[in-house]
Write a protein that binds this ligand. Structure first.
Ligand SMILES: Cc1ncc(C[n+]2csc(CCOP(=O)(O)OP(=O)(O)O)c2C)c(N)n1
Ligand SMILES: [Mg+2]
Length: 579
């Protein structure tokens, strides 16, 4: 996947952007996903001709939204940050929705931008003027952890050190460093020595106080019916095992959230109900103590369970997310009550609680798996069944699931089995998240598979080219209902409420006439395109063919025509839940 530049008489002269490039290497940024632009032509040259396009290596993307989504998927799958470079104001505007997704998903990312020259005397007519903005960082300041526009090479060193440190300090998130074109293109006499980056790393996790752990442990040990709500937890196997051990020691019911990555074996007898968009409800109401492990919307879950009445259960909230809560975006959700508040990362608290709690006797009996109804047409459920049969015993990493996916369709048995949703509900992330995960897992045994809606695929489809160009095997299965169907459901709701014809719900929603050939869009970018798969009888064979292609190293897309309709995807959803 390398693109090696020719080396012709390297000049002895050095430029500001060479120093910045050297710093990116010192910081161990592995890749820079980008779409080019003159505002950072200096840095571009330094990556290619000063660093030889390695460590970091450029990954060319056809759209900035894809570049950011790829870095997002990479961070989700690897736990590590990579970089993105976005051209002046316009590239940043294109990338901004994906930055919002990454922010809401709390993933680390180093975003480099460029502007100017800030010195108006050095601007080329017209173009340098329209692509220079005062306070460019303001465009993304409300959904990045920190931003800066350094005015010198030493200041750029410090800005990059800080940007990486801040992005990687929990709660993690994207940071933005805006590099003035003139700074990049200034000649420098010597390269200032790069600092020892090991002295600027993110701090180790903070542990909660022994007193608070004791309080939490007492509540849990004396509970009649404890429950654990899983939220943003790590992908580590040891952390997974500790969560399982804690649930077993407490005999606590466990609830998982389809918005966040795999956190607990869904086929474990203590796993209460399939991962849901809106977890909680009837079964959670039986709990008298709830341990919430950085649950994304704890207040919403309590509301879904107890309505407007105060939660009857005692709540132990484990989260340091409040450190990142600000005024503009409400992604902090409602304010949950907490009887014990452990302000730390959940996987730091779990082993401490595991030691401190008393074992409770087993009370929960094994659940029965629901009876399977026969599939008559291709629904998302039928698609899931065929996929499950074909991937039995294989290591799969699901990088995306469609909105109509019911958490009961497939079990998660390993932290890498599922990476969670897009964070910010910004449609179009599916392809980029999948390509980013494929980049992180390239060469591993795990096959990366994104199952996504046609709307999601169509908005982000050009991410495919980056996967084919850099040979990043992955499978995208499009659950193609030829509609922005989620919103048909909203129109249906509104029509019913207003006594208007429900039959019109498809208008302004259906993606039909012309019918788009999604597989051809894949083939056009060098991927293998399978489908459209229209008959149930063809489904298994088509998916098998696609899996084989990916195993041989291809990027493959299967267009599966699913009947519109969701199979109760929003279990526990309050009646007025919106998307
Ligand atoms: C950027 C963006 N635009 C619009 C929406 C509103 N929206 C939410 S779901 C959805 C439909 C997505 O379509 P698809 O991926 O095909 O899934 P389906 O609803 O058909 O199951 C839309 C348009 C959004 N969340 N994000
Ligand atoms: Mg759709």
């Amino acid at each position: 996947m390398s693109e090696s530049p020719v080396r012709v008489n390297p000049s002895p002269e050095l430029w500001g952007s060479d120093a910045i490039a050297a710093m990116l290497r010192a910081l161990d940024i592995p890749y820079l996903a980008l779409n080019p632009g003159a505002s950072y032509r200096g840095l571009h040259d330094s990556i290619v001709n000063y660093l030889g396009n390695e460590r970091p290596q450029m990954l060319l993307c056809l759209h900035e939204e894809a570049a950011v989504a790829i870095a997002h998927g990479y961070a989700k799958a690897s736990g590590r940050m990579m970089g993105v470079v976005l051209h002046s104001n316009v590239g940043l505007m294109h990338g901004s929705m994906a930055i919002f997704n990454a922010w809401c998903d709390r993933v680390p990312m180093l975003i480099l931008g460029a502007t100017g020259p800030w010195d108006a005397a050095r601007r080329r007519p017209w173009i340098d003027w329209i692509h220079t903005a005062s306070d460019q960082g303001a465009l993304v300041r409300d959904y990045t952890k920190w931003d800066n526009q350094p005015a010198s090479v030493p200041a750029a060193y410090e800005a990059l050190l800080r940007a990486v440190q801040v992005a990687d300090t929990a709660p993690r998130g994207p940071t933005y460093v805006n590099l003035d074109a003139a700074l990049q293109e200034s000649k420098i006499a010597v390269l200032p020595p790069t600092p020892d980056v090991s002295r600027y790393r993110a701090p180790p996790p903070v542990a909660p106080s022994a007193e608070n752990i004791e309080k939490a442990a007492q509540l849990l040990s004396s509970a009649k019916s404890p429950a654990i709500l899983m939220g943003r937890v790590t992908r580590g196997e040891a952390d997974w095992n500790a969560r399982v051990a804690l649930a077993e020691k407490l005999q606590a019911r466990v609830f998982t959230d389809i918005k966040t990555p795999a956190a607990f074996p869904t086929d474990h007898p203590l796993h209460a109900e399939p991962p849901a968009t809106f977890p909680g409800g009837k079964l959670l109401k039986e709990a008298d103590v709830i341990l919430a492990l950085d649950a994304v919307d704890l207040a919403g879950t309590l509301k879904a369970t107890w309505g407007d009445a105060p939660a009857a259960a005692k709540v132990i909230r484990v989260s340091l997310d409040a450190h990142i809560h600000r005024g503009w975006s409400m992604d902090y959700q409602g304010l949950p009550p907490s009887d014990v508040y452990l302000m730390c990362e959940p996987d730091v608290a779990v082993p401490l609680l595991l030691d401190a709690v008393k074992a409770r006797p087993a009370a929960v009996s094994r659940k029965e798996e629901p009876k399977q109804e026969k599939d008559e047409a291709i629904s998302i459920r039928a698609l899931a069944r065929a996929f499950n049969e074909l991937t039995e015993g294989m290591d799969v990493c699901l990088s995306k699931l469609p909105l109509g996916w019911n958490g009961a369709y497939r079990h998660f048995r390993h932290p890498m089995d599922y990476l969670g949703a897009d964070g910010g509900g910004g449609v179009g992330a599916g392809p980029g998240l999948t390509v980013g995960a494929a980049l992180a897992l390239k060469g591993s045994r795990r096959m990366v598979v994104g199952i996504m809606g046609d709307g999601d695929y169509l908005m982000g489809v050009t991410a495919l080219w980056t996967a084919t160009h850099y040979k990043l095997p992955c499978l995208m299965i499009v659950a193609n209902n030829r509609s922005f169907y989620n919103d048909e459901l909203h129109q249906e709701r509104v029509a019913r409420e207003r006594g208007r014809p429900v039959e019109n719900k498809w208008i302004g929603q259906r993606i039909d006439e012309p019918d788009i050939d999604l597989a051809a869009m894949a083939r056009a970018q060098g991927a293998v395109g399978v489908g459209p798969v229209k008959q149930l009888a063809e489904l298994q064979r088509s998916l098998a063919q696609a899996i084989e292609e990916v195993q041989k190293g291809a990027v493959c897309v299967v267009d599966v025509r699913v009947v519109p309709g969701y199979d109760a995807p929003m279990s526990g959803a309050p009646a007025a839940a919106r998307r």
